[in-house]
Design a protein around this ligand. Sequence first.
Ligand code: KG4
Ligand code: ZN
Length: 346
Amino acid sequence: MNILGIESSCDETGVAVVSFEGSEAPRLRGQALHSQVQMHEAYGGVVPELASRDHVRRVLPLAEAALAEAALSVRDIDVIAFTRGPGLAGALLVGAGVACGLAAALNRPTLGVHHLEGHLLSPFLSADPPRFPFVALLVSGGHTQLMRVDGVGQYELLGETIDDAAGEAFDKSAKLLGLGYPGGPALAKLAERGRPDAYELPRPLLHQPNLDFSFAGLKTAVMTTLKRLGPEVSDAQRADLAASTQAAIVEVLVRKAMRALRDTGLRRLVVAGGVGANARLRRDLGADCARRGVQLHYPELALCTDNGAMIALAAAMRCQAGRAALSNEHRFAVRPRWELADAGQS
Ligand code: KG4
Ligand code: ZN
């Protein structure tokens, strides 16, 4: 079975082909990706209309490239999967429209995939795939969630951010520090030269006995600190502030992930989403998991941020689990807002 996956929820156009036989683990056969980061950089963030138009330009050439790498023709594709949501409505409509158009022309079914399910299952394409059940820490630009995952489509929300996402906290703090977009990698780079204990920044909800997060206060604290330092802020002070910001975000993520493992009694942790690429988060989670005998799984670094492979993989795993709501109607609808826990059955 060959599945074409299309991701277009935000600022990356990704297309990939994943194949499987029976119940064997799905394999990534070919993939192509275009990041719009450079295009949005000038505006300091994603411009939705520009994103949609760029997806239109990129998606078919990327599909051809992914198929060529897989050495398959479009007629070899059995199911066409696309990101149904959550994400930018216009951007999602491009992937959905192309998927449904192709499917109608080829007389194949489509499958709308939840973007976070793609992130969550992406470690199954790594050399060291996890086994169910596990706790998942989903940390992206739009989401920060802890989930209990018992199988494909069996997701229970344990806790989530009540305001900004972890990636958003990185991005907004980076902007205040005068760094480009996307801010996460830039802030992490600046933090390498700074002292993480230089500034005392808030760690909201850290000591509350729940698994929720709150990051909105952090950017305010970064702003207040910068105001206090005045216009003459030195490079060393900026690096210290970057390191302190990163330390605050990472500490909350690590402590809450450990609490989720303790509360559920599970011994496996999967980390997915763009912030999962952060080196300090990886180091600190690695140390705590090793101490507690918890197995820690990540997607391959290249699959941490948005891509088509994770969408094709999630579709493949749903087909294998008998949980794929395949549609032959090709009436496409997207869901810009969509809770993962609600995506269990469809
Ligand atoms: O999952 P993703 O590619 O897109 C969304 O679905 O949101 O995540 C993007 C987020 C951005 O906020 C970006 O700044 C952050 O992930 N990010 C990082 C790093 N790489 C990407 N944050 C911290 N450190 C990094 N190395
Ligand atoms: Zn994402």
